[in-house]
Write a protein that binds this ligand. Structure first.
Ligand code: XUL
Ligand code: CO
Length: 439
């Protein structure tokens, strides 16, 4: 039974199309730098925002009807969401989905009941996947919504709550593996603190690491070959979150010997909340060999929280895709951890939102490839450091065959160095604009 009646199969119609229900830039078959656009951009649907979120906020009830013809809180509804999700993905040509355990089924009071529901729904999803090319990008456990996690999951003060977190991770891993998931995410929603007056930070960090170690051990034992991901975020809901940004998360993973099994899932709006650009956290991940997956959304610089908007900013998407291309791609995908605005409550809005996000990243990919092919920015950066390749002093520094004494003697002989050449930021920004807007 068709759920999204009146919504056609969304096709690529090109930049001159005026049909709102068409792709202007996302052409899955288009070859960019030798690879199909669809391979560069493995897009994923986020179960929670798309199939569950109704627009509820602190000040009001939901505006969107996500019942899909079934009574909410029932397994019929859980199955209706699967039906809706698969129709949605197929109409948009989206090949992946991501989920939290409790997005899939209503959570029961007893974990045994929740787990049985998860078995039932994952059987149903598996059946749905057959005959399609839709796959699971990653799964995760929601260890932040239930009141038991008020003090965190891995970072909780209660050993019983810790055991429940472990149980949820185990089950979410079981389901992720059953659905063939590429990755498994830890977003530390409540892994943080409000005040040090009631917090043993060292204790909490060690316990979080142990939970992750147990997850790796269990995941590998049931045949999970994919990557585990940490998704950094600096604040919200907690004032201080331990996985503040990419650099902090990488330091934590390395300190606990988890860096071989874990990569990062970088979310644009989380990077900006940490006071970085999206591309900054992508670069930090990439140069550490830990760029795994992306949660593609955007924030609002006038608001200090995670607004989870569909990406629209082509400048940022271009800079992000430049990082992705330079890193040789990502092993994960582009999950739209984004929701429509509260007044955009219709089914058509859900489709328009994904069209916007997919087109924005497709345009970003096209423009990033043009920047690389143009080569002027790359050339500038290469030349910027050329003194390390062309002068004797530079060469000996690069070869790590010098000392403070030797460099000091050289500096004294020189008296004063010449100023480095211009940083040329404005010139490079002009090139960027030229590539973005040239006819
Ligand atoms: C919250 C967030 C999460 C994770 C998965 O800000 O991004 O939805 O992506 O738990
Ligand atoms: Co996210």
């Amino acid at each position: 039974m068709e759920i999204f009646k009146g919504i056609p199969q969304i096709k690529y119609e090109g930049a001159n199309s005026t049909s709102e229900l068409s792709f202007k830039y996302y052409d899955p078959e288009k070859i960019v730098l030798g690879k199909k656009m669809s391979e560069h951009l493995p897009f994923a649907m986020a179960w929670w925002h798309n199939l569950c979120a109704t627009g509820v906020d602190m000040f009001g009830r939901g505006t969107a009807d996500k019942s899909f013809g079934a009574k909410e809180g029932t397994m019929e509804h859980a199955k209706a969401k699967v039906d809706a999700g698969f129709e949605f993905m197929q109409k948009l040509g989206i090949k992946y989905f991501c989920f939290h355990d409790v997005d899939l089924v209503p959570e029961a009071d007893d974990i045994k009941v929740t787990n049985a529901r998860l078995d039932e729904i994952s059987d149903y999803i598996l059946q749905k996947m057959k005959g399609t090319d839709i796959k699971c990008l990653w799964g995760t456990a929601n260890m932040f919504g239930n009141p038991r996690y008020m003090n965190g999951a891995g970072s909780t003060n209660s050993a019983d709550v810790y055991a429940f977190a472990a149980a949820q991770v185990k089950k979410a891993l079981d389901i992720t593996v059953k659905l063939g998931g590429r990755g498994y995410v830890f977003w530390g929603g409540r892994e943080g603190y409000e005040t040090l007056l009631n917090t043993d930070m060292a204790f909490e960090l060690e316990n979080i690491a142990y939970l992750m170690k147990m997850a790796v051990e269990y995941g590998r034992s049931i045949g999970f070959k994919g990557d585990f991901y940490v998704e950094p975020k600096p604040k919200e809901p907690m004032k201080h979150q331990y996985d503040f940004d990419a650099a902090t998360a990488i330091g934590f993973l390395k300190a606990h010997g988890l860096d071989k099994d874990f990569k990062l899932n970088i979310e644009a709006n989380h990077a900006t909340l940490a006071g970085h650009t999206f591309e900054h956290d992508l670069r930090v991940s990439a140069i550490n060999g830990m760029l795994g997956s992306i949660d593609a959304n955007q924030g609002d610089f006038l608001l200090g929280w995670d607004t989870d908007e569909f990406p629209y900013d082509v400048y940022t998407a271009t800079k992000a895709m430049y990082e992705v291309l330079k890193a040789g791609g990502i092993t994960g995908g582009f999950n739209f951890d984004a929701k429509t605005r509260r007044p955009s409550y219709t089914a058509e809005d859900m489709f328009k939102a994904y069209i916007l996000g997919m087109d924005t990243f497709a345009l970003g990919l096209i423009k990033a490839a043009e920047l690389i092919e143009d080569g002027r920015i790359d050339k500038f950066v290469e030349n910027k450091y050329s003194s390390f390749r062309t002068t004797d002093t530079g060469k000996s520094i690069l070869a790590r065959k010098t000392s403070l004494a030797e460099l000091s003697a050289y500096a004294e002989k020189l008296g004063a160095p010449e100023l480095p050449a211009s940083g040329n930021q404005e010139g490079l920004e002009s090139i960027f604009n030229q590539i973005l807007f040239k006819a």
